[in-house]
Design a protein around this ligand. Sequence first.
Ligand SMILES: [Zn+2]
Length: 165
Amino acid sequence: MGSRLPCTEQLRVRLSYSPPRNRLRLINEFTIRETDSDKGRGLYTKKEYRKEEIVLYLEGNYLPYPTRTSIRIKDDKHIESYEGGHINHHCNPNTEIRIHNNFIGKNQLNQTQPSLVALVVAKKDIQIGEEITFDYETTEVDMAEPFECNCHGRWIRGKIHRYQE
Ligand SMILES: [Zn+2]
């Protein structure tokens, strides 16, 4: 069972021992499979989450530029995460990305060091078997490959285009 502490409390607790790095996390908690629509594969949870719980720590490679599957952390920092790359867009999503810029965590040697942590946090209660989604226009500024969303058929182009329609 997941902890029911609020997000920041849970983060502090979890980071007092280093963030989880094992791939079993994915196997145990998520399924990646074809969606019912034509948008390809999606990330589905095998666990339930309450609003404000951390669903996922985004881990992966950081790139200085965006790709089709990356998530923007800041202008010159984009994370390519296996799990994150499978999260589809939704205009009324069940999670949001939260960036903690100066989080104080501990490394393997138990030395305290500031770190940047990107989290996927539940925006509402999430049931077992639900697809995990977030709003791409909350992270991406100018999408390399705009697309029509499945929920409304609206063009998703990135933050700077958001209110121009
Ligand atoms: Zn939509």
